[in-house]
Each structure stands twice: as C-alpha cells, then as structure tokens.
Design a protein around this ligand. Structure first.
Ligand code: THU
Length: 134
C-alpha cells in the first residue's frame, strides 16, 4: 500500500472525529499484512478521561474483525500545524500487536509528517512473553 494513499485514508477518517471538547480531529489508518486497512477516529466524552484516540479506535475495529497482523500505521492530525505523535496509552496498545520495525507515520499533512517505527516510540518494551504462555 502506497504511503500517500494510507495518509489520505487517515485524513478521511479524521472527518468523522467526535471531538466537541478539544476540537482536535485525528484519523488513523492501520495497515494489515495483506493490504487491508482499518481506519479509526478519536471519540471524546464529557467525562474527559474516557476519550478514545484514533489509533485505538482503528486497532479495536481491526481486532474485532479478527485481524492482528499489523504492519504499519498512519496518524493524521489535520488541525495541528506540526506533527503530533501518538499518546503513551496508544503506544502501549499498538505495541501489543505491532513489531518494533513496523513503520509509524504521523503528521498534520503530507508535508508536515514524521516517519518513525514502533520500536522508536516504545523503547525498552517488555513483557511480551506473558502472551506466549498457554
Ligand atoms: N488524540 C488522538 O486521537 N491521537 C493522538 O495521537 C493524539 C491525541 C486525540 C485525543 C483527544 O480527542 C484529542 O486528540 C486531543 O488530545
């Protein structure tokens, strides 16, 4: 899947954002190994701590559809004038399924984006062996 196309899907997903409190729309496009893409957006709540970020929306939709083979993610933040990185909670949740080498791209636009990896966003990641036990 072409990176620009994935960015376009993330931008499109941001249009569905429910963000009446922050007015900050976010869209995520999560790529599976066979090219399937799951998108998500941020869904805020008047009990602020219950807000779900776009990254976790996309991931929950994908896992709910039976997928876990994620090879990359793009996060688009069209309301920012600089690249806004995934929050700590999303880094932790994404790292449950995404290998350290998986590309993570985030940006306000194609011109203002950062390309990094899951491993760079989650150094000293640990405890994956807990999931290997029967
Ligand atoms: N947000 C995301 O959805 N993903 C990010 O990577 C950054 C933050 C959302 C949460 C909240 O709805 C709004 O952006 C402002 O923090």
């Amino acid at each position: 899947m072409d990176g620009n196309r994935l960015f376009g899907l993330a931008l499109e997903a941001a249009k569905a954002s429910y963000s009446p409190y922050s007015h900050f729309r976010v869209g995520a496009a999560l790529l599976c190994s066979d090219g399937t893409v799951f998108t998500g957006t941020n869904v805020e709540n008047r009990s602020f701590g219950l807000t779900i970020c776009a990254e976790r929306s996309a991931l929950l939709a994908a896992v709910s559809a039976g997928r876990k083979d994620f090879v990359g993610i793009v996060v688009a933040t069209p309301d920012a004038d600089y690249a806004v990185s995934p929050c700590g909670a999303c880094r932790q949740v994404l790292s449950e399924f995404m290998p350290p080498e998986a590309p993570v791209v985030f940006g306000a636009s194609l011109e203002k984006k950062v390309e990094t990896t899951m491993g760079a966003l989650m150094p000293y990641d640990a405890l994956h062996e807990l999931g290997q036990k029967a």
